[in-house]
Design a protein around this ligand. Sequence first.
Ligand code: PLP
Length: 230
Amino acid sequence: MAYEYLETNIQQIREAIDHVKRPWTHPVTLIGVTKTYEADIINASITYGIQAIGENKVQEIMRKYEDVEKGVEWHLIGHLQTNKVKYIIDKVDLIQSVDSEKLALEIEKRAAAIQKIQNILIQINIAGEDQKAGIAPEDLPALLAQIAQMPHIRVLGLMNIGLFTEDEMLLRSHFKQMRTLFETLPGYGYSNVTASHLSMGMSGDFELAVAEGATMVRVGTSIYGQRNYS
Ligand SMILES: *Cc1c(COP(=O)(O)O)cnc(C)c1O
């Protein structure tokens, strides 16, 4: 098979995750980030054990959906425009990038229409970067209070995109703050909010993220290779 290198890549990532020293025993889910890659290579990675794939664009999910093996979980990990929720509501298992009441309301409406309960994560802009997706940590209580009124949404946890930086201390402190925030979730007492998944860490920083308590890492380049955006 043409894609045998995927098996090695996936195995190396899983071993690296297993070797991380951490005070937790929870399993870490490896999400294969398949943006820009086509169904044939995605399907090969599924045969090598990838059980969930992450895409950042609605159009890409639409384009590949029918050609990818059934049974894999689809996660939306990029910014979701309100007017596009309707295209993917019947396809995605987890929307990791919810960052506004407006978006949550649209998800609630579309999920209700197909009698689905949509699992989501709330995206946090922990570094306070301008122009970046995600809510500020101090806005989390208000958003959770609003979503608590939405019976077709279940919040499973939080998501964060780490800074693009060589500064490991800074990254670590952001991941640590994410873990602390994540652990506050059960305390709100909302029946549709749980601390099941903390999604953080990508090819460049997944080991740091796991060390700081990630339950889910989103890895693209280190599995599939450099992306070609042409
Ligand atoms: C592309 C992407 C990833 C994966 O990035 P790599 O560096 O290729 O591992 C993870 N999360 C999000 C939100 C992404 O858009």
